[in-house]
Design a protein around this ligand. Structure first.
Ligand code: ZN
Length: 113
């Protein structure tokens, strides 16, 4: 392990060490693991959160906000479209009624209700 020139996104500590075997970065203060190379994992819930907050977002805006790779983001959006959770209109994505219902349920699970 050696220290990397990275600040932990969770606690802000500069004591982030690199695990040379796995290539991951580990915050020695809070234990958060920062995975190298791969952009932050993005799922349906994260995208729904952003759509709910912003109303409508283009693919580019979503990419920017989620910091996700094209392929990964596109895959998630495609599956959300096929599940009826989001609609695409004029190149912008927004949550459908069904998507908002799903989002509320998912939010409930998230907080353990
Ligand atoms: Zn940390």
């Amino acid at each position: 392990m050696r220290f990397a020139k990275t600040v932990c996104p969770i606690c802000g500590s500069k004591e982030v060490a690199r695990d040379d075997l796995k290539g991951d970065l580990l915050c020695t203060n809070c234990g958060h693991i920062i995975t190298r190379h791969e952009t932050r994992a993005v799922g349906k819930f994260e995208i729904a959160q952003h759509l709910k907050r912003e109303g409508k977002l283009t693919f580019e805006q979503l990419k920017e906000i989620t910091k996700s790779s094209d392929d990964r983001l596109f895959g998630v959006l495609q599956s959300m479209l096929s599940m009826g959770l989001i609609d695409e209109l004029g190149g912008k994505y927004h949550l459908t009624k069904r998507g908002q219902r799903w989002y509320r349920q998912r939010l409930g699970q998230e907080w353990g209700y």
